[in-house]
Design a protein. Structure first.
Length: 201
């Protein structure tokens, strides 16, 4: 199972719904309805606007990685689970771990990323190709995160006020669950990073 989504700095609202955006929006809508939540409730929890969330569910806008994270947290799930649900494996089919040249794309914020593999409720591995950028806000989620730098340089900050760590190729950073953290490509070159999220208790 592979999902590829680009992180691009373009406008969040797109006039034409694309198949990948519609599939992700439908996955978000199913999850929200299964929890008995309204768009107004999701907006209140995430701080995102009702019109934006409505457009997101209809596949007419493709949010940033941050907005997808906020929606997933509000729906008590993960970004990886939503992306995986947007590309379900047919009944009886063997999951495909990696599809070469997969062009399915779901744009989000500065670089590109793809879900390599996900074992629901256990772990998910995502590959990020990041261009240098400023730090975003801190992320906080209950599952542990393992960051492996394949190439380039990454700057990571764990907990507000702490000194950032500079990671180079083959460096690893393990972040326990529920700890505020953020990381970014650092320097002049693109960074390739593998991130494993562990959901099992």
């Amino acid at each position: 199972m592979t999902a590829l989504f680009h992180i691009g700095g373009g406008p969040e609202l797109r006039r034409q719904a694309e198949p990948e955006a519609r599939a992700l929006g439908a996955a978000i809508r199913r999850r929200r309805r299964s929890l008995g939540m309204t768009l107004v409730q999701v907006a209140a929890v995430t701080g995102l606007s009702h019109p934006f969330l409505s457009q997101l569910e209809r596949g007419r806008t493709r949010g940033s990685m941050r907005s997808l994270f906020l929606v997933a947290e509000a729906l008590r799930t993960s970004q990886q689970a939503l992306l995986a649900e947007a590309q379900p494996v047919p009944d009886g089919a063997e999951p495909v771990v990696l599809t070469v040249n997969d062009t399915t794309s779901i744009p989000v914020d500065a670089g590109s990323a793809r879900l390599l593999v996900e074992a629901p409720g256990q772990f998910a591995v995502t590959e990020f190709r990041l261009r240098p950028q400023e730090f975003s806000e801190f992320y906080v989620h209950e599952h542990a995160e393992l960051v492996y730098v394949a190439s380039g340089t990454v700057e990571a900050q764990v907990r507000s006020g702490s000194e950032p760590h500079v990671l180079g190729p083959r460096d690893v950073l393990r972040i326990p669950g529920s700890v505020p953290h953020r990381w970014r490509a650092f320097g002049a070159a693109e960074a390739v990073v593998l991130v494993t999220h562990t959901f099992a208790s």
